[in-house]
Design a protein. Structure first.
Length: 152
């Protein structure tokens, strides 16, 4: 288990608590909207908004936090995260906020305390980059989008 340390933003509603895993086998912990005015946002179809969580976090080196949509909101209302998965780097210490988009057909209300996304803690491996004159051959070769489903 990896420890993620949190701090509250000024004026945040601490009664909403920290992210929570809904079940013992859940990969993602639910994150809640935490509006300073304890209000709501009406999100029109096609619109997007930055939703505050009231939290800041410290992620250990070698890990990241990924923000992902909640499947129920996506299916029932078309609510998604347009940069999914959103990455929070281990050296970021600012406010945790979520970009939420309404891909549905009706206005969606995000109220204070609503579960708006889920966060997944994941290991990070950084690559070492270099340039070569040519790449090795593979069976796939240069076949691009859709090429693996075509029989020749």
């Amino acid at each position: 288990m990896v420890e993620i340390v949190f701090a509250w933003e000024p004026e945040a509603d601490q009664a909403l608590g920290l992210p929570v895993y809904a079940t013992p086998g859940a990969a993602g912990a639910d994150i809640r909207a935490n509006f300073r005015d304890r209000g709501q946002v009406d999100l029109a179809p096609g619109a997007r908004v930055l939703v505050p969580t009231g939290l800041r976090l410290a992620i250990p080196a070698g890990f990241e936090v990924q923000l992902r949509p909640r499947s129920g909101l996506a299916l029932k209302h078309g609510i998604t995260l347009p940069n999914s998965p959103g990455t929070i780097d281990s050296d970021y210490r600012g406010p945790l906020a979520v970009i939420v988009m309404n891909a549905g057909t009706e206005t969606f209300v995000i109220a204070h305390g609503d579960r708006i996304a889920q966060m997944v803690v994941a290991p990070v491996v950084q690559g070492a980059f270099r340039v070569v004159d040519d790449l090795d051959d593979t069976a796939r070769g240069t076949g691009g989008f859709g090429s693996t489903g075509v029989s020749g």
